[in-house]
Design a protein around this ligand. Structure first.
Ligand SMILES: [Zn+2]
Ligand SMILES: [Zn+2]
Length: 128
């Protein structure tokens, strides 16, 4: 395969990635605050807005600072109500993602988000 072609594929893959701007995905609906960006707490890079986390179409979270990439199911979330908890409730997660998805006016993104949600659901069922 020609290198330029490979680069193009990688760039396209990279573009299927969005800033994760959600309410806490661990908290139940009654305790949820406004959606916010999520910094990578254990980041090896000095903190700035640049090490907020993105989500890709496969349901991986990606730190923009240190480039750590791991399936969402392996990450732990911290908010004012709890300390670094793993995601245990798929319905909670899908609700907060749905809010993020609804904020996108981009039709192409909407279609890709649907794939992301399907991939996350599979991730959870494989982990059950
Ligand atoms: Zn929480
Ligand atoms: Zn990081």
């Amino acid at each position: 395969m020609h290198n330029d072609y490979l680069l193009l594929i990688i760039l396209q893959k990279m573009s299927d990635m969005w800033w994760l701007k959600i309410s806490c995905p661990v908290c139940p609906a009654s305790q949820r605050g406004e959606p916010t960006y999520w910094p990578h707490s254990g980041c090896s890079k000095t903190y700035s807005d640049d090490n907020d986390v993105k989500i890709d179409i496969d349901g991986n979270l990606f730190c923009n600072g240190c480039h750590l990439k791991d399936p969402l199911i392996n990450w732990r979330f911290r908010c004012g109500k709890h300390d670094f908890e793993k995601l245990s409730n798929l319905a909670n997660l899908l609700e907060v993602l749905q809010v993020m998805i609804n904020m996108s006016k981009n039709i192409s993104d909407q279609k890709k988000y649907a794939t992301m949600v399907a991939n996350i659901s599979i991730m959870f069922s494989n982990n059950a």
